[in-house]
Design a protein around this ligand. Structure first.
Ligand SMILES: Nc1nc2c(ncn2[C@@H]2O[C@H](COP(=O)(O)OP(=O)(O)OP(=O)(O)O)[C@@H](O)[C@H]2O)c(=O)[nH]1
Ligand SMILES: [Mg+2]
Length: 478
């Protein structure tokens, strides 16, 4: 099974990572040594077939250790065996990365994989991309090269960052571009957080537009999430407080922690096929082939059920499993503020992936109904990628993830473009960008045009009739 490297950039990327890694350990049933629920498990399978997993997909095991000799791991055994998260943590300020590298799980993060600085990128994409990009390029790529060389079969790099700040969006864009240039055969998956529009960072629309242009050019596949959708889910589900078993060394705002736990559910689900066995398993590499029909249409919307922290599904019956399936496709459970089943749009690709107690018969039954109900295109109608992973998430007996490549993705771009235009019309805050060496004012127009093109393509797709559809498809086949 393939190996993955995670690169966390900026506050948001690192805070999401701060919830991701303890959750990955929990899914391997590795809990703190003194944790009351500590369950000792053979990491090479042993008697419990369901728990067979490829431990090294996201964790680095030193070559001197024979994986089959690792039997019952808890945190202290991980530490003794020098097992590390395969992650590079980058932030241009110190506080977030230091907070979790000083925590109980600090030993999991190789200090040589941490890049930090002071005092940040001032919410300015140009600072992140131009200034920190050129200053830290060699350092970051020395580390990336080391991590890549340590892998036997590195398949992909998963980048985590927000689109609204300066470091994640700017330096994240720079790293993505360099990865494309230097390691073109390694897939670049990006999970990025779009700002919600009325919030803390006034320059967020500039940053998000500039970073989106880089995603279109350099990512293999993107899992965008929107803070306004995450916030809405949190409000609806009334999530409250922190999750004591997954946060570590954490004092981040309760709402961000709740919102991040939803993003982490997505990441756990989307990578579970690379981490565990399953009757109809899929590896991350299959997502790109199945879900990205045209090079620029690489943004996948995702829906999850259960979605809230305290929303566990522990009563497994055929009807509760089916209800859960339809929830994952519903508007309320999407991580973008869109409705993928709305028939004024259409789906170019779809993927349904169950974990835990779902059976092949369940999935076949849902796919039949789904294909009759969903706004699929003539050529995508009969093909829905499905997956089953036998290991459920930690807090539920079963869960469902629905990934869609939908024409309604244009709504995120349209939303952010409108805010961008409001600022740019007045040239508000523009001088902060143009004073950065290497940034040219025309970059604003360039990204505006790129995103307008993509909105047009999606928009036409949304009003497709079969003739129009043929025209669109010939236009978008870049
Ligand atoms: N969902 C989520 N959003 C976050 C989090 N932290 C910040 N954000 C959002 O991300 C945007 C700001 O980006 P940050 O990640 O804080 O910025 P940064 O990448 O550290 O860049 P600079 O601080 O400008 O150097 C805003 O839209 C915030 O609302 C988080 O932990 N979770
Ligand atoms: Mg920051």
């Amino acid at each position: 099974m393939s190996e993955f490297l995670v690169i966390q950039v900026g506050q948001c990327g690192n805070q999401i990572g701060g919830t991701l890694w303890p959750s990955i350990l929990q899914e391997y049933r590795i809990l703190p040594s003194n944790h009351p629920k500590n369950i000792k498990t053979s990491i090479t399978g042993g008697s419990d077939k369901e728990m067979k997993f490829t431990f090294n997909s996201f964790l680095h095991i030193p070559t001197k250790i024979n994986p089959s000799s690792l039997q019952c791991l808890n945190l202290s055994e991980l530490q003794e065996n020098d097992i590390k998260a395969r992650v590079i943590c980058i932030d241009m300020e110190d506080s977030v990365v230091s907070r979790f590298s000083n925590s109980e799980l600090g030993f999991l993060f190789d200090k040589r994989g941490i890049v930090k600085n002071y005092p940040g990128s001032s919410n300015n994409w140009a600072e992140g991309y131009c200034t920190h990009g050129s200053t830290f390029k060699n350092k970051i790529f020395r580390i990336v090269t080391k991590y890549v060389e340590r892998c036997d079969s590195l398949h992909g790099i998963l980048l985590l960052y927000s689109m609204g700040g300066g470091t994640g969006s700017g330096l994240g864009s720079f790293i993505l571009e360099q990865l494309d240039e230097q390691l073109p055969n390694i897939e670049r998956f990006v999970c990025c957080v779009y700002p919600n529009g009325s919030e803390d960072v006034i320059t967020a629309p500039y940053n998000a537009m500039l970073a989106t242009q880089h995603l279109i050019r350099h990512a293999t596949c993107v899992f965008p999430v929107e803070n306004r959708a995450l916030q809405e889910v949190c409000d609806i589900k009334r999530l409250a407080g922190s999750n004591p078993t997954t946060g570590y060394g954490s004092s981040i705002a309760g709402t961000f922690q709740d919102m991040n736990s939803i993003v982490v559910k997505l990441l756990l689900h989307v990578t579970s096929g690379s981490r565990f066995s399953g009757q109809l398993n899929f590896d991350m590499n299959e997502i790109n082939t199945n879900m990205v029909p045209f090079p620029k249409m690489k943004f996948l919307s995702s829906g999850l059920s259960p979605i809230g922290i305290y929303d566990a599904n522990n009563l497994s019956s055929s009807s509760t499993r089916e209800k859960n399936f339809w929830s994952a496709c519903s508007k309320n459970n999407q991580l973008l503020q869109i409705d993928p089943m709305d028939d004024t749009n259409f789906l170019m690709a779809s993927m349904l992936f169950g974990r835990g107690e779902y059976t092949l018969t369940d999935i076949r039954n849902y796919v039949n109904k789904f294909q009759r109900k969903a706004p699929l295109l003539e050529w995508s109608k009969k093909c829905t990628k499905v997956g089953l992973c036998s290991v459920p998430p930690i807090d539920s007996k079963f869960s469902m993830m629905a990934l869609f490549n939908t024409s309604s993705t244009k709504e995120i771009f349209r939303h952010i473009s409108q805010q961008f235009e409001k600022l740019l019309r007045r040239k508000a805050h523009v001088h902060h960008y143009t004073k950065v060496p290497g940034f040219d004012f025309d970059c604003f127009y360039e990204c505006q045009n790129t995103i307008a093109d993509i909105v047009d393509v999606y928009e036409e797709a949304g009003t497709s009739s079969s003739n129009k559809e043929k025209r669109i498809l010939s236009n978008i086949n870049y």
